[in-house]
Design a protein. Sequence first.
Length: 193
Amino acid sequence: MNSPQENSCITDLRNHFLVAMPGLLDPNFSHTIIYVCEHNEEGAMGLIINHPLDIPISQIFDQFDLESTAQTGDNSLLSGGPVQADRGFVLHRPSDRQWESTLPISNDISLTASSDIISDIANEQGPNDLIITLGYTGWGPGQLEQELADNAWLTVPGDADIVFDVPFHQRASAAAAKIGVDFGLLSADIGHA
């Protein structure tokens, strides 16, 4: 039997992908790939990176009364998760410019949640590679660890090229392939010995 101390051991999944296993039927997370931005003993926070909304980024510019010539405005906003779905988050490659609320997650990916980045994006002074999500995904203490024990997620080291360069519908399979997993061969059934 495991001691409580052994069960409380946390593996830091920051800068990792969580790829929904075929058996995960929750409509919020079925067929998703989540980029984990924070993970510690208090819980975890991540952004779904493969569910585009039918809303162009230009609507965010309009909401802030910003004139824009940015080609980025034609790109889709993404549903980052069911928590605070009216709040925006920008995943981007690091930049020389600084914004009020930027958290470096890895050498290749940063997260900015302050509105000052939006005006820079509209004026083509933002980061070259970015995605904007509405909402995020969150887990309380131990909740993500339990979901991992229940085989709900495949964990894969993060990769900026998958976040920014791979088409939305190919991101989950590209992440799985990174560790040699072919999603077409996975079953939705969970076995226990």
